[in-house]
Design a protein around this ligand. Structure first.
Ligand SMILES: Nc1ncnc2c1ncn2[C@@H]1O[C@H](COP(=O)(O)OP(=O)(O)OP(=O)(O)O)[C@@H](O)[C@H]1O
Ligand SMILES: [Mg+2]
Length: 255
């Protein structure tokens, strides 16, 4: 594990516990979770359903407060939604009555960025994800993969240093999924933003996560943190390292 004290970490989580309250009863979702994410690196969160992956992203994005322990993002506790943190939820959060370009510019509009600057930025990110041609369509006129790219474009328009993604590619077919994984890797290489991604797919975790945090359930805790330095290498998917790591994770997660 990376040192929890290094200045190079954008995210530092120490002894984090989070509980939900249901009919006045405490339901623990995460217990004693600790890890650190270096600035500019990628991390995949993986673990069984209900182990607290989404909860962890909510806490990192400032939408939920910890019940115990501490969380620092960019040197501060994420109490208010942080400007340079972008969160992409599983359903992409697109407004059906707004066109692609309007959806992408939404966050900028809310932040009061001037129209001209907004249009510039929307154009740039739509070109980056290859959707400029489709800017005047409505979300219902797009495929699942295209919708997901609109979600990514909207997050990038915010010019974040931290990108949080909750199972972003899970509802897509295998080929679209691989294409978007490549696109995400390219964006990461170009911009070196810090990416934390929740996934159910072992292959996706190994392909994209320089650190893989394996969580166990009831309540959610860290089972293991695996370093995965091959991420971003040409042809990584076809290497023995990739397959060994996938096999190792598969056996851990099946116990
Ligand atoms: N609003 C809520 N009230 C009570 N308990 C909740 C609430 N939301 C989540 N939980 C519980 O907290 C635990 C963690 O939920 P969370 O959604 O973070 O899991 P997850 O790892 O993202 O699961 P999945 O892989 O199915 O998305 C689960 O046991 C869940 O039932
Ligand atoms: Mg979830």
């Amino acid at each position: 594990m990376n040192s929890l004290n290094s200045d190079n970490n954008l995210v530092i989580v120490r002894g984090l516990s989070v509980s939900y309250f249901q009919q006045k009863k405490e339901v623990p979702a995460l217990s004693e979770v600790s890890f650190a994410i270096p600035r500019g690196s990628t991390c995949a969160l993986i673990g069984p359903s209900g182990c607290g992956k989404s909860t962890l992203l909510y806490v990192l994005s400032g939408l939920m407060r910890p019940s115990g322990g501490s969380v620092m993002v960019g040197g501060e506790p994420p109490t208010a939604p942080r400007r340079s943190t972008a969160l992409i939820l599983q359903d992409y959060g697109l407004l059906p009555w707004k066109k692609v370009a309007e959806n992408v510019g939404l966050g900028l509009e809310i932040r009061g960025i001037k129209r001209e600057q907004r249009l510039d930025r929307v154009k740039r990110v739509l070109q980056e994800v290859g959707l400029w041609e489709l800017r005047n369509r409505y979300p219902s006129q797009l495929s699942g993969g295209q919708r997901q790219r609109v979600g990514i474009a909207r997050a990038l328009a915010q010019e974040p240093d931290l990108l949080l993604m909750d199972e972003p590619f899970s509802s897509l077919d295998a080929l679209t999924r691989e294409m978007l994984q490549e696109q995400l890797l390219q964006i990461w290489k170009d911009k070196r933003i810090t990416i934390i991604m929740v996934t159910h797919s072992i292959d996706e975790a190994v392909y994209l996560g320089q650190q893989i945090i394996v969580l166990a359930g009831n309540p959610g805790r860290v089972l293991e943190i695996v370093n995965n330095p091959g991420v971003g290498n040409e042809g990584y998917r076809d290497t023995p390292e990739f397959h060994q790591l996938s096999t190792m994770l598969r056996s851990k997660l099946s116990h």
